[in-house]
Design a protein around this ligand. Structure first.
Ligand SMILES: Nc1ncnc2c1ncn2[C@@H]1O[C@H](COP(=O)(O)OP(=O)(O)OP(=O)(O)O)[C@@H](O)[C@H]1O
Ligand SMILES: [Mg+2]
Length: 263
């Protein structure tokens, strides 16, 4: 067999280069259409909600104090960011240092560039104490951040904290416009909502959100308490509304059906 001509070798190399280029573009997400849903990174939960949160939805994650709402949200953002999604966590209650400590405790990598706390917002918006326009500050910060870094996925921790800071005249109306602003930017958003009693939304926040997730406590057996999670609403999705047992083990969140031994 005669050897390949120089022309054939060049053609072969060019074909291989084109193939590598396509692979690189796919890896960089330039060619690949972004997934229509954002994964929660709670094992087996995404299957119950049609694969994740539809992109562009504004959702609430509500539940009582200590029910791992912040932990779930940090895990969701960190894991998504590892998969090329641009994320932003705005903390209106806890400091960045406290959230870094939570990330360490969850075994998440310590890169916390995506976390912005209320102290930083106060520093960057010197007039906020006089105006009290916290929604304006958030809109401004998100718009600027999106301009130079992109924001696909946002968590605001928490809506309750925003209410304490902002003293809104008409919370339902102002929230309605804030949610519309986020949808217009195409940012998938999760607001954490401190809720002592399930289903209690003082300003009918549930009716303007696209999705509602509720985390709570349940009694495993006398004296032993576990966590439970359910999706109460998710627009454009056929989903389970049942509570599932929520676990955090070996660095991963997961759900499974509530065991029959649960009280
Ligand atoms: N590594 C861990 N494994 C299991 N549970 C943990 C771990 N780290 C923290 N926790 C539990 O998570 C709880 C706090 O989690 P987190 O701050 O996410 O809750 P939260 O619902 O956001 O609370 P808050 O209402 O105070 O904001 C702790 O009280 C502890 O019980
Ligand atoms: Mg919290």
């Amino acid at each position: 067999m005669p050897g390949k001509t120089l022309r054939e070798e060049v053609k072969e190399i060019q074909a291989q280069l084109a193939k590598l280029q396509r692979r690189l573009e796919t890896l960089e997400g330039r060619e690949e259409a972004p997934a229509a849903r954002i994964r929660t990174y709670i094992d087996d939960f995404d299957d119950l909600i049609g694969g994740g949160i539809p992109r562009g939805h504004v959702c609430l994650l509500s539940g009582p104090s200590g029910a791992m709402k912040t932990s779930i949200a940090l895990n969701l953002l960190r894991r998504n960011s590892e998969n090329g999604i641009h994320v932003l966590y705005i903390s209106l209650e806890e400091t960045k240092e406290s959230l870094q400590e939570t990330m360490r405790s969850l075994g998440l990598s310590e890169d916390s560039d995506f976390i912005v706390d209320v102290g930083r917002l106060r520093t960057e918006h010197g007039d906020i104490e006089e105006t009290g326009d916290w929604i304006g500050v958030l809109k401004d910060f998100i718009t600027k951040r999106k301009r130079y870094r992109k924001v696909d996925l946002l968590v605001i921790d928490s809506l309750t904290g925003l209410y304490s800071l902002a003293e809104l005249d008409d919370p339902h109306r102002e929230l309605f416009h804030f949610f519309a602003f986020l949808r217009n930017l195409g940012i998938t958003s999760l607001f954490i909502f401190d809720q002592g009693e399930e289903g209690r939304y003082p300003n009918s926040e549930d009716s303007i959100a696209d999705g509602l997730f509720h985390v709570g406590f349940h009694c495993l057996r006398e004296g032993s308490v576990g966590l439970k999670l359910r999706c109460a609403k998710l627009r454009h999705t056929e989903h389970s509304m049942d509570y599932h047992e929520l676990r955090f083990e070996n660095g991963r969140f997961s759900v499974r059906p509530l065991s029959s031994s649960s009280l």
